[in-house]
Design a binder for this molecule. Structure first.
Ligand SMILES: [Zn+2]
Length: 92
């Protein structure tokens, strides 16, 4: 199963499970930003284990992602303006 993109805009190549071994609930975050995490029901599975990772991946992919707001958040930083040199010819 493929990992769906993170709301941060990147697609994680790996998911990190944050929980104790055999926890009932665990949370999973991506290795892209490590900021977005999803809680999922681990059901006392061993951590790490294929079973736990499958649950984490399913929860990650099923989670609702807010559409990135392009208006406010990703306002481009003002690039440095190169002075426009219209004329190089010095008239001195
Ligand atoms: Zn991310």
């Amino acid at each position: 199963m493929q990992i769906k993109p993170c709301p941060c805009g990147r697609t994680p190549t790996k998911l990190h499970i944050n929980a104790q071994d055999r926890d009932k609930w665990a949370s999973v975050s991506g290795d892209c930003c490590n900021e977005w995490s999803i809680e999922y029901r681990n059901g006392y599975a061993r951590i790490p284990s294929d079973e736990s990772m499958e649950l984490a991946l399913a929860a990650w992919n099923a989670a609702t992602r807010a559409e990135p707001a392009n208006d406010e958040l990703s306002r481009p930083a003002t690039a440095c303006h190169e002075p426009q040199r219209d004329r190089e010819a010095g008239s001195a």
